[in-house]
Design a protein around this ligand. Structure first.
Ligand SMILES: NC(=O)c1ccc[n+]([C@@H]2O[C@H](COP(=O)([O-])OP(=O)(O)OC[C@H]3O[C@@H](n4cnc5c(N)ncnc54)[C@H](O)[C@@H]3O)[C@@H](O)[C@H]2O)c1
Length: 387
């Protein structure tokens, strides 16, 4: 296996998920390239060193520009808050590095466009981590749709619901400030759902959206802006500048209708990433909290015994599963990231592209930004209006 040197920027939630994936990819899958965990970059020197020691990153850095300048780095993994994606992607592309970037792609469509153009101009492989495409049950849903099992698709019904900020004392982290996050669940969660809808149903033509911020001021975080811990704020408060919930209805270019619900205020829902697709020949339903299963209704079954059935997507013949465990020995959230790393390494080795990439990020952002315009102006917005 030819070694390729990886630099990771961002060492917390996604830093951990990605480190696990870089480590496991060549252990479970046959890949031609061996990722070397070369340098980890974070803001806090002691925390970054601890992270590097734990995951086996050889060196540490606190200035991401120094990481990009290094001649020995082949791949830059961007696991930082969203506002940094644009500058890091463009610098990495100009330095000829392959790019593995977290979602949402950027703060807005203009940034996403600049990122895509820079990566294409540099001719590097670029990947945007909408990891859910690589859940075996979702990849299998796409196969079933391509085989025509759903016929003409009429409806997409998606929901991505969480509840981690229902406490009004949850501090004003970067996720709740538009200058760092762009938007709230509309970008964070709807970006995933929109990516899956584009993957499974098709392009979106027009949207109507409604956004709401329930808690408009929150305590300033005690230290840093990246903590998920509630109650660390002092006495001062700051303004929340993103949505807490975002609902959107859309019409797809193929005529299907879709709905998207995204919220951080759905009490009891932790990471409820759910969708249903209804077609002329059958329907599919998926919920990440039961991620090894896909529900399928076949309209060709005899009417009296017709009904949704659970397909346990754990056979060796299902996408990605053969590299893991025998049938029924289920897999989890982290495996999606490993699958993404495997496909990314293969794309670099073969000199091909991978999806979703920065073009998918650009197209997804166009839809999300149309949603922002719709919510602000109270009208239906054509996606093509966003340029
Ligand atoms: N794919 C997914 O499902 C998923 C899930 C969660 C987060 N994300 C995305 O991943 C990205 C990171 O989110 P997170 O939850 O890991 O954030 P986090 O707050 O947990 O971690 C952010 C990391 O970035 C580092 N960082 C911040 N500014 C930096 C700088 N100037 N230089 C170097 N490092 C810096 C911090 O030190 C920290 O290690 C975001 O874009 C987020 O939307 C994706």
């Amino acid at each position: 296996m030819k070694p390729v040197n990886v630099a990771i920027i961002g060492t917390k939630f996604m830093g951990k998920a990605h480190s696990n994936a870089w480590t496991n990819a060549p252990k479970f899958f046959k890949v031609g390239l061996k990722p070397i965990l070369k340098v980890a970059c974070g803001q806090d020197p002691a925390g970054t060193q601890e992270f590097a020691n734990n995951w086996g990153w050889e060196e540490v850095e606190t200035d991401w520009r120094k990481v990009i300048e290094r001649k020995d780095i082949d791949i830059v993994d961007i696991s930082t808050p969203t506002y940094l994606h644009k500058d890091i992607v463009i610098a990495a592309a100009e330095a000829g590095k392959h790019i593995f970037c977290e979602k949402p792609v950027a703060l807005n469509y203009a940034e996403a466009k600049a990122m895509y153009e820079a990566a294409e101009k540099a001719g590097v492989v670029h990947y945007l981590n909408h990891n859910y495409r690589r859940t075996p049950a979702i990849a299998y849903a796409r196969q079933m749709i391509e085989e025509g099992k759903l016929g003409t698709i009429y409806h997409w019904r998606g929901a991505y619901l969480q509840d981690w900020i229902t406490d009004p004392n949850f501090p004003l982290t970067w996720h709740l400030q538009s200058k760092y996050a762009g938007a709230g669940p509309h970008f964070d969660l709807n970006s995933h759902s929109v990516d899956l809808a584009r993957y499974l149903v098709g392009e979106v033509d027009s949207v109507m959206a409604m956004l709401k911020t329930f808690i408009t001021e929150r305590p300033l975080p005690g230290q840093g802006a990246g903590t998920f811990k509630a109650g660390t704020g002092g006495g001062d408060k700051g303004k929340v500048s993103v949505d807490d919930a975002a609902f959107m209805v859309v019409e797809f270019a193929n005529g299907a209708l879709g709905s998207f619900e995204a919220s951080r205020f759905a009490s009891g829902r932790k990471n409820y990433n759910f969708f249903e697709i209804y077609g002329s020949k059958g329907s599919l339903a998926f919920n990440l909290e039961r991620m090894n299963e896909l529900q399928y209704l076949n309209l060709e079954d005899p009417a009296d015994s017709q009904g949704f059935r659970d397909i346990l997507v754990t056979n060796a013949t299902h996408p990605y599963v053969g590299a893991w465990w025998p049938p029924g020995h289920i897999i989890g959230y982290e495996h999606e990231f490993t699958h993404a790393v495997v496909d990314f390494l293969n794309a670099i080795e073969k000199g091909t592209s991978i999806t979703p990439n920065l073009l998918d990020g650009l197209k997804g952002m166009q839809i999300l930004e149309a949603g922002l315009i719709s919510a602000k102006e109270g009208r239906r917005v054509k996606v093509a209006e966003v340029q």
